[in-house]
Write a protein that binds this ligand. Structure first.
Ligand SMILES: [Zn+2]
Length: 470
């Protein structure tokens, strides 16, 4: 290679080195810029990503808190509505005190709606009228006729069914008319009750305050012989009481094909349903008095000792007790109607005591203590004069725990006698005999304060009525 060449070469080498350095610097700058760009872009992206996530979380949290706030306010509204409904149900049955107590002890007591309801109940309370305890009527029925073609089939029992029984249709009409006329069912214990006399420390019978709105009239109801006697089998009546799916007492009827059906076949389920629909027909949840004898067992169960050979005897006694408990829990009261359906005022002393003891030993042991006695045939153990301790039968019954004594008196709308340690009440039969008499003797109609017999009397009843002998 020449010098020149060499120099050229050197010169060219020099140029090449400078060029390479510039390229390297350029590349380095480019890489640095690129890295910086990546870092900046990454940071922006990361910032955007995290900040958006954060917003989303915040949004989610706020949606969540709105939902739970909505839910808790909805729950509160539901709770409030439930509380006000419960109070309303109590007020509908004239138990304003309990309604006010329920509201004023609840956690929601400061809600304006609660305060408004309390004020409304207090206002209604101030308009209530105390009912005269000596002017409370008492009406009674026997088992209701479900199948008229069977009860009125021309056999020898037809006439007595026609006299002393009421059909399901008649009973339903009576309930509707009584309700429309402002009658309200009360318990006999609402009329008068045993209370402690503070001066003597003794318990005495005292008239109670039945408080009802103006225009309402208290009335006691009872049903006799709720035993579904053997003689009634196949005559178109319910067969027994049972506990329904809802835990309340209802009726069962044996059908021709050998099956049994649960349904509204007697007074208990019909009245329950009526009061469910018209709670203002019942004062503080009162229902009727169920009066029982013992000789054929009770409620359609053969619980008397004479049936002890029946394979279901023990089971039947258990069922009868369950039914009595369920009845009491649902506002019904239970009464003695003597063990053998006896004229308690006419029997010999010995027969009287034997019968009373049998009821205590065979029936009260199943249904629990009761203080109500409903005289069979209405045969009282004394005249209309007040009972005194000179009356041995009264003392005997008093020692067995009886305080309420009911005879039959259809001559006046009501008859109540409140003694020192008892209450007596006359009862009115609302049966075929009484209704027909009212229809035949309109000038002497005895039921007109309750209903017009022409509107109720079942046209399918046979003409044969006869005279009531007892
Ligand atoms: Zn009877």
């Amino acid at each position: 290679m020449s010098k020149y060449d060499y120099s050229r070469l050197n010169k060219s080498n020099f140029h090449n080195r400078r060029k390479k350095r510039r390229i390297r610097a350029f590349l380095l700058t480019f890489v640095i810029i690129l890295i910086l760009c990546i870092i900046i872009a990454g940071s922006i992206f990361a910032f955007k990503f995290f900040s958006s996530k954060k917003t989303k979380n915040t949004e989610e949290a706020s949606v969540k808190s709105t939902t739970s706030a909505e839910q808790s306010s909805q729950a509160r509204e539901a709770e409030l509505e439930d509380l006000l409904n419960k109070a309303d149900r109590l007020a509908l049955s004239y138990d304003y005190d309990k309604a006010i107590e329920l509201l004023s002890t609840d956690a929601l007591k400061d809600d304006p709606k609660v305060a408004e309801a309390i004020a409304k109940y207090n206002e209604t309370k101030s308009t209530l009228v105390r009912q005269d305890p000596e002017k409370v009527p008492h009406v009674f029925f026997h088992s209701l006729i479900v199948d008229k073609s069977k009860a009125f089939d021309g056999d020898k029992k037809q006439m007595s069914y026609n006299q002393v029984m009421t059909t399901v249709g008649e009973f339903e009409k009576i309930l509707n008319i009584l309700y429309e006329r402002g009658f309200v069912l009360v318990k006999i214990h609402d009329v008068a009750d045993m209370v402690k006399d503070e001066s003597t420390g003794e318990y005495v019978m005292k008239a109670q305050d039945i408080m009802l709105p103006p225009g309402k009239t208290p009335i006691v109801m009872s049903q006799d012989d709720v035993c579904y006697y053997e003689y009634m089998v196949g005559d178109g009546f319910a067969s027994r009481l049972v506990i329904g799916e809802d835990g309340r007492v209802t009726t069962e009827m044996d059908m021709d094909d050998g099956t049994s059906k649960v349904g509204d076949y007697d007074l208990i389920p019909i009245l329950n349903k009526f009061i469910d629909e018209h709670p203002d027909f019942s004062y503080k949840g009162a229902k009727a008095i169920i009066a029982l004898t013992g000789y054929n067992g009770i409620f359609g169960y053969r619980t008397a000792p004479s049936y002890s050979e029946n394979p279901t005897y023990e089971e039947d006694k258990k069922k009868a007790t369950e039914i009595a408990n369920a009845l009491r829990a649902d506002g019904w009261e239970i009464a003695s109607h003597s063990w053998g359906h006896r004229h308690l005022g006419k029997e010999s002393d010995e027969a009287f005591k034997t019968d009373c003891d049998k009821w205590q030993n065979e029936v009260e042991t199943l249904v629990g203590e009761t203080d109500i006695l409903i005289f069979p045939f209405g045969t009282d153990i004394g005249s209309w004069h007040p009972y005194t301790d000179d009356n041995a039968r009264y003392v005997y019954l008093k020692n067995q725990g009886f305080r309420y004594f009911c005879n039959v008196d259809s001559s006046s709308p009501y008859w109540v006698q409140i003694g020192k340690d008892y209450m007596r009440q006359g009862r009115r039969n609302l049966d075929g005999y009484r209704m027909l008499r009212d229809i035949q003797e309109p000038d002497n109609a005895k039921l007109k304060d309750l209903f017009d017999a022409n509107e109720v009397y079942d046209k399918d009843r046979p003409n044969e009525m006869g005279e009531i002998t007892s």
